[in-house]
Write a protein that binds this ligand. Structure first.
Ligand code: 5GP
Length: 193
């Protein structure tokens, strides 16, 4: 089964994603390729595969991506063969991707055994409110106020786009992290296929 998890920056989706991964034996997290620089504390090959623009272009031409998108002026892509191989092994494969990516993946995933739409569920993580989201972006201390305001505006757009897209099968509000993790795990358990 393919599980897509999306949500705006600062909403806690990475923590939720990794907790879901740990809760299901054999579940794997898909490491995307990106042209954005590695941030402090991130590990190449674990958080992302960090590639140059030229390498990303090559991968696009080769059809190596199941989907890719431009986010904040940098490109991010899901490696097709790796995902299909893990799905063929019968694993739960988790993609942490944006709304455009979710739309693209859901539109094209087919079950190789019968050509029917593949088994895929998409979950969107919401902040408890706009004020809380802004506070969390500031608390990460990753960027200056200007960049924070840009991410905040983008987050609001992304939430509206997610709600309008009809692509998400569920929404979880991260008011308390423990509760959001448990709700997400329960939500996935009910949809396993
Ligand atoms: P960040 O730079 O904060 O790690 O990620 C920025 C955004 O890009 C997040 O919304 C994240 O979910 C999204 N993203 C990460 N990898 C991919 C990918 O492979 N495809 C798409 N479409 N979005 C991605």
């Amino acid at each position: 089964m393919l599980l897509v998890i999306s949500g705006p920056s600062g909403v806690g989706k990475t923590t939720i994603t990794h907790s879901v991964e740990k809760a299901f034996p054999g579940a794997v997290f898909s490491v995307s390729a990106t042209t954005r620089p590695r941030a402090a504390g991130e590990i190449d090959g674990e958080d992302y595969h960090y590639v140059s623009d030229a390498r990303f272009d090559e991968l696009v031409v080769q059809g190596a991506f199941l989907e890719w998108a431009n986010v904040f002026g940098k490109r991010y892509g899901t490696l097709r063969q790796w995902v299909l191989d893990r799905l063929a092994e019968g694993r739960l494969v988790i993609l942490e991707i944006d709304v455009q990516g979710a739309i693209n993946v859901k539109g094209q995933l087919t079950d190789p055994r019968n050509g029917r739409p593949g088994c895929c569920a998409a979950l969107f993580v919401l902040p408890p409110g706009e004020d809380a989201l802004l506070q969390r972006l500031r608390a990460r201390r990753r960027e200056g106020e200007e960049a924070i305001q840009k991410r905040f505006a983008e987050a609001k757009r992304e939430i509206a786009a997610a709600q309008a897209s009809g692509v998400y099968d569920g929404f979880v509000v991260n008011e308390t992290l423990d509760r959001a993790i448990n709700e997400s795990i329960q939500w996935v358990r009910e949809r396993l296929c």
